[in-house]
Design a protein around this ligand. Structure first.
Ligand SMILES: [Zn+2]
Length: 163
């Protein structure tokens, strides 16, 4: 098996494709920065659907330079006026040290992985506050854009606003 199962599913998806001619803006005006964790269903947890939001994901749900670049494009060119930064409970990069994660990657890879940067988070709430401030104070993010920092509970499905 390579990608056959996924390509078969894609053909079914395309058979009744209804997003043709759709523009690329965020119809609900929402951008979401969150973790790559597969327990997070970003659209569904906010009651949104395809086309509503810009979704940026990385380990930990951090506002990295690349995420910030995307947010600048999103607020100016893609209709975004609300930004949610959403890390989550029981996140691997917030509950392990960099050394622990490197050791696990090394063991899986069967080769040295100590050169691989792994950006762990030592204080998740402090990191969230810093990330929210980064977006709010960015010179290319207008004051009219609402920015919120939330923690997503992967056990209850609830979001709690922190900032
Ligand atoms: Zn995570």
């Amino acid at each position: 098996m390579t990608f056959d199962d996924l390509l078969a599913a894609n053909r079914e998806f395309a058979a009744d494709f209804d997003l043709a001619g759709f523009d690329g803006v965020a119809h609900a005006g929402v951008a979401l920065v969150t973790c790559m964790d597969s327990r997070i269903d970003p659209l569904r947890m906010l009651g949104l659907k395809a086309g509503d939001a810009k979704i940026l994901r990385n380990p930990g749900g951090r506002v990295t330079p690349h995420a910030m670049e995307a947010l600048v494009l999103a607020v100016h060119l893609l209709n975004v006026n609300r930004v949610l930064v959403v890390p989550h409970t029981r996140c691997a990069v917030a509950s392990n040290t960099e050394q622990e994660l490197r050791e696990r990657v090394s063991a899986s890879a069967g080769t040295d992985a100590t050169w691989q940067p792994i950006h762990v988070i030592t204080d998740q709430v402090a990191a969230l506050e810093e990330d929210v401030r980064k977006v709010r104070t960015h010179p290319l993010v207008p004051g009219s854009v609402e920015v919120g920092g939330f923690l997503y509970d992967v056990d209850s499905g609830l979001l709690e606003q922190k900032f």
